[in-house]
Design a protein around this ligand. Structure first.
Ligand code: IMP
Length: 174
């Protein structure tokens, strides 16, 4: 992809500042507790790695991998789990770590899936809250950055599996 096809919207420094802010808030809120962070693969892998290293509370990690049918830039809302968590979440304080919430359908599906495992608490931490296509109301407990619209890549986010390695977040110009 050539430079003219993407526009930088959040620099690595912008992101790092928000990750630090979120980690501080989470560390305060979960003081005296042990949290299980569930990273949603693949998009949240960089965010989770940066976030967990800034926490000052005990944390355990697990991952879930979801697949949604749809195009490269739009989810169909039909979601399935391709890799489930391995830790027993019963009675645990669980924090979902997601890259981006768009329509919200993925989050609704994942929340229901994890609630069935009887955690003691379940909260949601998302790097990017993109509201344009939100079709369901969901509680987002920790939000890094807000985005009105557009399809973004970088910092773990992809378009057809490309661009995850970019240190900043770019809007894809189509
Ligand atoms: P939702 O179910 O519509 O909220 O979509 C959430 C999922 O769609 C995210 O976890 C991403 O995998 C993907 N997604 C939504 N918007 C973007 C984007 O702008 N860039 C990259 N992936 C996105």
């Amino acid at each position: 992809m050539d430079q003219s096809e993407k526009r930088l919207i959040f620099t690595a420094e912008d992101i790092a500042r928000q990750v630090q802010r979120l980690a501080s808030q989470i560390s305060v809120d979960y003081q005296g507790k042990e949290v299980v962070l569930i990273g949603v693969l693949k998009g949240a892998f960089i965010f989770l790695a940066d976030l967990v290293r800034q926490l000052s509370i005990p944390a355990q990690l697990d991952f879930v991998r979801l697949a949604s049918y749809g195009t490269a830039t739009e989810s169909s809302g039909k979601i399935r789990i391709t890799t489930d968590v391995e830790l027993d979440l019963k009675g645990r304080h669980v924090l979902i770590v997601e890259d981006i919430v768009d329509s919200g359908l993925t989050t609704v599906f994942l929340r229901e899936h994890l609630l069935a495992k009887n955690p003691r608490s379940l909260k949601m931490c998302v790097l990017l809250d993109k509201r344009e296509r939100r079709s369901v109301s969901i509680p987002l407990d920790y939000v890094g950055l807000h985005l009105d619209k557009g399809f973004v890549i970088g910092y773990g986010l992809d378009c057809n599996e490309a661009h995850r390695q970019l240190p900043g977040i770019y809007e894809l110009i189509v």
